[in-house]
Design a protein around this ligand. Sequence first.
Ligand SMILES: [Zn+2]
Length: 147
Amino acid sequence: MQELEVKLNDKHIKDAGYELKDRNAAKDSTQDKIQEVEEQLKEKKAELDKIINETGKEEKVLIEKSAEAKEKVDPRLLTAYERIRGSYHNGLAVVPIVRDSCGGCFNVIPPQRQSEIRQHKKIIVCEHCGRVLVDVDLHDKVKIDGK
Ligand SMILES: [Zn+2]
């Protein structure tokens, strides 16, 4: 009876030895993967730093241009503009008409209103979202000149 118990325990020890071997192999493979992923992360961080550095320079120029432009705008309009910009997650306060719809909220703009917008006589806002509407030609022109 005791002999049987010893044999059984030997078997358990042997099994545990195999399991330990398997787990060590799994550990090594996981450590390799961690190292690989950490290297990739390092590369991506370097890329990101480079991009942040570049866009930072561009942002600085654009902020200066924005400040210059703000001096030429009626303060009441500017306040309204800033308020609209702040209230939408994409930060767009001036949007073009796209396929007869507001480029911000995509609600349809009636033809009469579209022709008023094209006349450039007054500032017209979208009745659904409040963004300032411009025709595509003006929108693209400002974009190009703004560069
Ligand atoms: Zn809208």
